[in-house]
Ligand binder design. Structure first.
Ligand code: ATP
Ligand code: AMP
Ligand code: MG
Length: 196
């Protein structure tokens, strides 16, 4: 690896397919390069603290918590992820903007993104109508129902937030389209970024 940084942060709005694309990419890296990738899910780190404190029962309730509580749990998760991400090839599965009851919460504020120091911030994007369908067709999660226009606005704002993260850390920003039924293609692009 010529690149000394070892972390790729993968972002995108709920239901776009981040976790699915990450799993596909990790399998590809294993099969084609015989390399392991450590996947750290930011929401899972936050949920472990939030549920221990009795604040939520379900990961999809966290974005409805008071903003100050979200920020506090986010800070702890960021510290834990930065510590775990010191070695190995790492992917962080997370969001740049969380749709809360009080506007968008910045997913990677300065103190979180500087600690993680990613080499690349990936934005997974898809057609807003397809995202709406993926949300409603996935019974395993309680994702918000949103009109395509609102989904489109959220995706556009996420581009700005990803660029802000790149500005703070020098990370590159890469957009990966997760086209309907084409998760393999998106997974290949992410695998290339991990192995760069
Ligand atoms: P969240 O931020 O809420 O965790 P996510 O971005 O991780 O969401 P996934 O859980 O990976 O999203 O995917 C949401 C749903 O979309 C799943 O049911 C998944 O199978 C489906 N999906 C993912 N990628 C595609 C694709 N390219 N074509 C069709 N369906 C897809
Ligand atoms: P996910 O499974 O990726 O949807 O994550 C579950 C929940 O964790 C999200 O809906 C958010 O409430 C929260 N979350 C994930 N990443 C972040 C982050 N970087 N900052 C704040 N909250 C986050
Ligand atoms: Mg996910």
């Amino acid at each position: 690896m010529s690149e000394s940084r070892n972390v790729v942060i993968v972002t995108g709005i709920p239901g776009v397919g981040k976790t699915t694309v990450i799993n596909t990419a990790v399998d590809k890296v294993k099969a084609e390069h015989d390399e392991e990738v450590l996947v750290l899910n930011f929401g899972t780190e936050m949920f472990s603290t939030a549920s221990e404190r009795g604040l939520v029962k379900d990961r999809d309730e966290m974005r409805k918590m008071e903003t100050a509580k979200q920020r506090e749990v986010q800070r702890l998760a960021g510290e834990s992820i930065a510590e775990k991400a010191k070695d190995a090839r790492v992917i962080v599965d997370t969001h740049t903007l969380i749709h809360t009851n009080n506007g968008f919460l910045i997913g990677l504020p300065e103190w979180v993104i500087r600690a993680i120091s990613p080499k690349t911030i990936v934005l997974v994007e898809a057609d807003p109508e397809k995202i709406a369908l993926r949300r409603s067709d996935d019974p395993t999660r309680s994702r918000d129902e949103q009109a395509s226009e609102a989904i489109d606005t959220h995706q556009r704002m996420c581009r700005a937030a990803a660029v802000a993260g790149g500005t703070l850390t020098g990370a590159t920003v890469r957009i990966i389209k997760n086209r309907q039924g084409k998760v393999e293609q998106a997974g290949t692009e992410l695998a290339d970024t991990i192995m760069e």
